[in-house]
Design a protein around this ligand. Structure first.
Ligand SMILES: [Fe+2]
Length: 288
């Protein structure tokens, strides 16, 4: 399947989005803030579920375009995919009219044990070959464009592997795929493993990026940064977002907040900050 994304559906997902998280949903769906242009959901919360989650989604779809972001179909694992889940996922995604679906470039577990965490891949040619084949397999199974997301990690890589950015580009090129560029993950990895996040972004082919994630992270006393999605977005990540959008153009940006979820007004203040950066990238593109 081509990686091309329907421009008609894509054009409805633009500007700044927010995750439809359970803690936020009641207030978000009641207030329907205009500054939130679209919503992202995790399909694992909805497939074969019904009840309050389905009710939330039905209400959300009245006002917002939806994009889906998977948590369990990890593209780098070795175990076969759950064919039944992929068929159910395809059915769910086709019902809610999304422009693309995304999954993480990582391992999710080993030998039937699922860790509910995003475990790192070795940045090798072999891992890139396996991940790209699996990406194509999932893309064919869901019959939709599929974007991979660059993940955060905390284990050092072997010296003879690729740089992370080169590994991500290798998988993208092999699978002719799209990228969900998480700038917080790049910032966290760059600070933890001493590389320049801007040099990483310079290596990304701009026309492959369909969506961006931004989030906050936790800084431990020992200096390690943990991708918690539980803190406000720090200035360094806003600056990296600005740098990325000026290079790739104004693609849709999602504010991720999954832990320590604050009152909605605090998130909307961050949404306003993101709009300022997004609009300035739009103006820069028009000036080209
Ligand atoms: Fe993300």
């Amino acid at each position: 399947m081509s990686r091309k994304i329907s421009t008609e559906v894509k054009s409805s997902v633009e500007g700044i989005g927010l995750g439809l998280r359970y803690d936020l949903a009641t207030e978000l769906l009641e207030r329907r803030p205009e500054t939130v242009s679209w919503l992202e959901i995790h399909p694992e919360n909805y497939v074969n579920r019904g009840g309050r989650y389905q009710q939330m989604l039905d209400l959300a779809r009245r006002d917002w375009p939806i994009v889906t972001h998977g948590l369990s179909t990890c593209l780098g694992a070795l175990e076969p995919f759950d064919g039944r889940y992929l068929r159910e996922l395809r059915s769910f995604l086709s019902d809610i009219e999304i422009p693309w679906h995304s999954e993480h470039l990582c391992l999710g577990g080993v030998q039937d044990r699922f860790f509910h965490d995003l475990l790192p891949l070795p940045f090798t040619d072999e891992a890139a070959r396996i991940a790209s084949q699996r990406l194509i397999e999932v893309r064919d199974a869901i019959d939709l464009p599929l974007a991979l997301e660059n993940a955060s990690y905390y284990a050092p890589q072997c010296d003879d592997g690729l740089a992370e950015a080169d590994f991500v580009v290798e998988v993208l090129e092999r699978a002719d795929a799209n990228l969900l560029l998480d700038v917080n993950n790049i910032y966290v990895n760059g600070r933890n493993f001493d590389f320049d996040p801007k040099a990483y972004i310079d290596k990304i082919p701009p026309d492959r990026v369909v969506q961006v994630h931004v989030a906050g992270h936790f800084l431990r006393d020992d200096g390690l940064r943990i991708d918690t999605h539980g803190e406000p977005v720090p200035n360094e990540v806003y600056e990296l977002l600005d740098y990325a959008l000026r290079k790739i153009g104004p693609v849709p940006v999602l504010l991720e907040r999954d832990n320590n979820v604050p009152p909605l007004d605090e998130l909307l203040a961050e949404v306003d900050e993101l709009w300022t950066i997004y609009q300035s990238a739009t103006e820069a593109e028009h000036a080209r």
